[in-house]
Design a protein around this ligand. Structure first.
Ligand code: ATP
Ligand code: MG
Length: 466
């Protein structure tokens, strides 16, 4: 993309309405524009990032064997009356009527809808296990929408639902989700700690929330500092392997880590004192096993191997996709702006032309742009006729992890400069060396062209949306 042809409405002033850094930076970097309280327009840069996160979530879900689909955002109240949640859900549910006076609602979650699809189409245990999911906009009429996309009213969520014959199978689904969520967050450059949580109105005994530590987080958390040493890394996971998934889940959840809702001071005091930590965290996901809570009232049953009809065991699983963008920024920024992890960056590198109009500088930038694009990567070329300071300022603000700076003086010696946004360190090298280095940095992230099935365990993107 050439910046002269892009739409990137960056803002110089610090917006006064934004209380936390991620909100300020998202507004300043021209990613979002508030439309009304807790409702945002996603401008091109914000939209591109949202799509990147969505893609990672899709890939990791499908890698774990889960099947994508899409539910409507507007749902009939009748289904919610059947489950008994229509009246109980409270004021967060946005209710409306159509012209015939039928009650509708904007989906805040979708247990009922998925259970309804299931009961209409599945009747035998032979079709199990089954996990369906969607990435779809949700609406919750939050009493205090704040912190930008962190607590919006309209927000993008991945929500998934597993249907299993037995509790044992459903607990494997629970563990499988825990592992796949950990992979998802790690690919986004985040450490999200699974913490024992409260199941709230969804019900059930098994639930974990995933929290990213950040001073601006809304939840108070208590944990054993050793949990932050555990990483999934690039170990091979077989999502069908019950013992392996359970092993990983135990590894990540056996140390003390709880939100304030489930915190027990007595138990926390057993953690070695030097390891006790109290901090704040951002909830970026939650998984539940709730058994037959929805399948029983909604009649989601299958015929078991013995011929008898039994309600299926279910769980639901959510990732806050739009909130994650805020969480990544909270975890990765400095006083100049955002610093995107390589796994999610909207453009792979910036190219800054120090002297637009200089024929040699222009030509060198053009060929860098072509070569990097030919690798299947997306550079953002600042070809505007602007001062160098303004160009650097924009690049730093929008947070591309790598910048190639091209100017007439360097070109006289045959070199350009490659700068890391994270460390600020620069290195002079030939343009060819810069291209090679960029290719190497992104080797694990190069998207594979074309649509199709996810490539198991490749760590690569399976399609290029944009
Ligand atoms: P919270 O406690 O923050 O209100 P929740 O527990 O009600 O969230 P879930 O029903 O578990 O939310 O939804 C799954 C995920 O969706 C959450 O982990 C969170 O990341 C995201 N999410 C929930 N509410 C919002 C919101 N108002 N704005 C943005 N993301 C949200
Ligand atoms: Mg939650």
């Amino acid at each position: 993309m050439r910046l002269s042809r892009y739409f990137l409405p960056v803002i110089k002033e610090t917006p006064s309405e934004a209380k936390i850094v991620s909100h300020r930076l998202m507004l300043r970097a021209g990613m979002i524009k508030q439309s009304s309280a807790g409702i945002y327009s996603w401008l091109p840069l914000g939209f591109k990032l949202l799509r990147k996160l969505e893609n990672i979530v899709h890939e990791e879900q499908q890698r774990a064997g889960h099947i994508p689909m899409l539910m409507p955002t507007l749902q009939s109240a009748d289904l919610w009356r059947e489950s008994g949640r229509y009246d109980g859900y409270g004021e967060e549910m946005l209710r409306m009527q159509d012209r015939h006076g039928r009650d509708l609602l904007f989906s805040p979650t979708a247990e009922e809808m998925f259970t309804d699809v299931f009961r209409a189409n599945v009747s035998s245990y032979k079709d199990l296990p089954l996990t369906l999911y969607q990435i779809q906009w949700k609406f919750r009429d939050e009493i205090r929408p704040r912190f930008g996309v962190m607590r919006g009213r309209e927000f993008l969520m991945k929500d998934g639902y597993n249907f299993d014959l037995t509790k044992e199978d459903a607990l494997h689904a629970y563990n499988r989700h825990l592992v796949s969520y950990l992979r998802t967050y790690e690919r986004m450059g985040l450490q999200a700690i699974p913490m024992r949580a409260d199941s709230g109105p969804i019900g059930g005994d098994y639930t974990h929330e995933f929290l990213v530590l950040a001073e601006t987080g809304e939840s108070e958390v208590f944990y054993d500092s050793r949990v932050t040493d555990i990483k999934l890394g690039d170990r091979d996971i077989n999502f069908d392997d019950v013992a392996q998934c359970q092993g990983v889940m135990e590894e990540f959840t056996s140390l003390y880590a709880r939100t304030d809702e489930t915190h027990v001071a007595d138990e926390f005091s057993k953690v070695p004192e030097a390891n006790q930590r109290t901090a704040r965290g951002i909830e970026v996901g939650q998984i539940f096993y709730f058994g037959t809570t929805y399948s029983e009232p909604l009649g989601a049953t299958v015929q078991g191997p013995d011929g008898a009809k039994t309600p299926v065991h279910m769980g639901s699983h959510g990732i806050g996709v739009s909130r994650l963008l805020g969480a990544i920024i909270e975890a990765s920024h400095d006083d100049k702006g955002i610093i995107w992890p390589e796994g999610v960056t909207p453009f792979h590198c910036g190219i800054v032309n120090l002297k637009t109009g200089d024929s040699e500088a222009d030509a060198a930038c053009e060929s860098l742009y072509k070569e990097i694009t030919a690798l299947g990567l997306e550079p953002l070329y600042d070809d505007r006729d602007e001062r160098a300071g303004a160009k650097f300022g924009t690049m730093d603000l929008i947070g591309l992890p790598w910048r190639i700076t091209v100017g007439p003086r360097g070109l006289k010696n045959g070199v350009v400069e490659l700068t890391s946004r994270r460390t600020g360190e620069s290195e002079e090298m030939t343009p060819a060396q810069a291209v090679t280095k960029i290719a190497k940095i992104y080797a694990p992230h190069v998207p594979v062209k074309g649509h199709g099935d996810v490539e198991p365990m490749s760590g690569r993107s399976f399609h290029t949306w944009m």
